[in-house]
Write a new protein. Structure first.
Length: 211
């Protein structure tokens, strides 16, 4: 049976190559089709029957899908070291500091917006992009603050090209899910694929494993 699946972009960039290589070693003859796109695009493919399962960041309850948690990781606010004198953002700074954000509907944007609205603030980004790499480059150039998954941010933090900032009283994280259509349990082959992703995550320090 062919295996058709999709991953959201962060999972695709951070976990997909190693997990897929591991699966390929176990099932070299299995026909594979994989898409790495944003969350909404992958959900659309699932609804159209173009894929059979999805590995997604974030999930909203839906009558069309069923989901089970896969893992969690932190989201970090980061900026160039000389952008701000203090690492803890105040409520007032949220209105004045330039933000570099993903497009509305992306997991990173939605979680950040939820956190700032909880503080009673509506942030309008200076730069908005569907490409995380564009935002990273802009942050490195000192243009503003962006939000990144911990696995993406860590190399820049270790090299001190970026520093981590905090929101008042807020810690950001997102959950990864295995998503299928309602009443479509995972077949054995699909379970083995998911197991490969879990194994890769278990060796990734920035992921918070779920029990």
């Amino acid at each position: 049976m062919p295996l058709r699946f999709g991953t959201s972009l962060t999972i695709g960039q951070e976990l997909l190559p190693t997990a897929l290589k591991k699966f390929r070693q176990q099932h070299p003859q299995t026909p594979l089709t994989c898409y790495a796109e944003n969350v909404q695009q992958i959900k659309d493919r699932l609804l159209k029957g173009e894929i059979d399962l999805a590995l997604l960041e974030g999930y909203e309850a839906s009558k069309s899908f069923q989901a089970e948690p896969l893992s969690q990781y932190e989201l970090l606010l980061v900026a160039a070291p000389n952008l701000l004198t203090k690492r803890r953002l105040t409520k007032q700074q949220l209105l004045t500091v330039p933000f570099l954000l993903r497009e509305p509907g992306s997991t990173l944007r939605d979680i950040f917006v939820s956190a700032t609205r909880h503080l009673g603030v509506e942030v309008v980004p200076m730069l908005e992009s569907v490409n995380t790499e564009v935002l990273i480059r802009a942050a490195l150039a000192g243009l503003g603050v962006t939000i990144l998954p911990a696995p993406f941010a860590q190399p820049y933090l270790q090299s001190q090209q970026l520093v981590s900032l905090t929101l008042p009283g807020q810690q950001l994280q997102t959950t990864n899910y295995v998503v299928t259509l309602k009443d479509s349990p995972l077949r054995e082959l699909q379970q083995e694929l998911v197991a490969c992703f879990k194994d890769v995550e278990s060796h990734t320090l920035f992921y918070v494993k779920r029990n």
